[in-house]
Design a protein around this ligand. Structure first.
Ligand code: NAD
Length: 301
């Protein structure tokens, strides 16, 4: 099966490497020459143009920052003529509504579309242990499963088009809120004079345990693989997390959910971004929790 992969960033490159190693015939493309060079360096075919990468492709994967990027690549790049009949699989995180719109337009060009966003972060992408949440028909799910198996450990057929994105959006909403709460707790534990490692071990076997605590504890040196132990190098940037929290807020307001916690998580990320730190991993919100960044008085009371 010939595959075209578009988007070789923090997630895309390690994901497509698994497809390549599993023996699929892959060509990859990214607008960044640096990203294409990184792909070539690990043995992938990475031509200079999208259309060259897409030549003869039966499946087109997109792993791009936003839904507008996905639309541009799938519908405004000439790809429709180059890949008639292909299946488009979008693993980016975008809104469920935009996934449905793009799906309908892609269908109008004689191709098909599946949303297949992922959870598990860059570690999951590198280890091939991602969780895929798929929106599409049962036939589409069956068709993409062998490809997803090369990159992940769990694959859920959530429902029709857009349902994969709906599940992903709610998951990331929880991740953002969990990160905010663990950050605040980590800061106060520190100021109470607790040894960070000792407190982390206690919380892991207590009711404060969570995935964020175990993997993203935001105090340097406690979890060696946590971005906090690497000057908050992403990972998953605060800017991309803010995009996802924005998608979640669109849904809370559309469904009459007050969304107080989600709003608070958004404001913490906004503070980080306004301080010029949006390129850092989203766990850098601990700096806001620690009061290291200019105060947002609207958070008081
Ligand atoms: P990233 O910014 O590291 O990578 C995106 C890549 O897309 C970049 O290399 C960029 O040059 C490329 N790109 C942009 N426009 C393009 C175009 N028109 N044609 C070709 N390439 C283009 O982002 P990422 O962290 O890899 O995330 C990608 C998507 O996956 C996002 O939607 C994000 O929300 C989601 N996601 C990220 C993580 C994570 O931990 N980083 C986890 C799960 C889901």
């Amino acid at each position: 099966m010939k595959i075209c992969w578009v988007g070789l960033g923090h997630m895309g490159l390690p994901m497509v490497v698994h497809l390549h190693r599993a023996g699929f015939d892959v060509s990859a493309f990214d607008v960044s020459a640096e990203a294409r060079a990184a792909a070539a360096a690990v043995g992938l075919r990475a031509p200079d143009t999208l259309l060259e990468a897409a030549e003869g492709a039966e499946v087109i994967f997109t792993m791009l920052p936003t839904g507008d990027h996905v639309r541009k690549v799938l519908l405004e790049s000439g790809l429709d003529q180059a890949t008639a009949g292909a299946m488009c699989v979008d693993s980016s995180t975008i809104s469920p509504a935009q996934a449905r719109e793009i799906s309908a337009e892609v269908a109008g060009t004689g191709r098909s579309f599946v949303d297949a966003p992922v959870s598990g972060g860059t570690a999951g992408a590198e280890d091939g242990t991602l969780t895929f949440m798929v929106g599409g028909t049962a036939e589409q799910f069956a068709h993409v499963t062998p490809l997803l198996e090369a990159m992940g450990r769990r694959h859920f057929h959530v429902g029709g088009t857009g349902c994969g994105q709906a599940a992903k959006l709610v998951n990331n909403m929880m991740l953002a809120m969990n990160m905010a709460s663990v950050s605040e707790a980590a800061v106060i534990a520190d100021r109470l004079g607790l040894d960070a490692r000792t407190f982390w071990e206690i919380a892991q076997v207590s009711s404060g345990d969570s995935w964020v605590l175990r993997n993203f504890y935001p105090i340097p040196g406690v979890v060696p693989t946590s971005p906090a132990s690497h000057d908050f190098a992403p990972g998953f940037t605060a800017l991309l997390m803010r995009k996802d929290v924005g998608l979640a807020l669109d849904e809370t307001s559309a469904h009459a959910v007050p969304g107080a916690m989600t709003h608070q998580a958004a404001r913490l990320l906004d503070q980080l971004i306004q301080a010029g730190e949006g390129h850092l991993d989203f766990s850098a919100v601990v700096r806001v929790a620690a009061g290291e960044l200019p105060a947002d008085t609207s958070l008081a009371g």
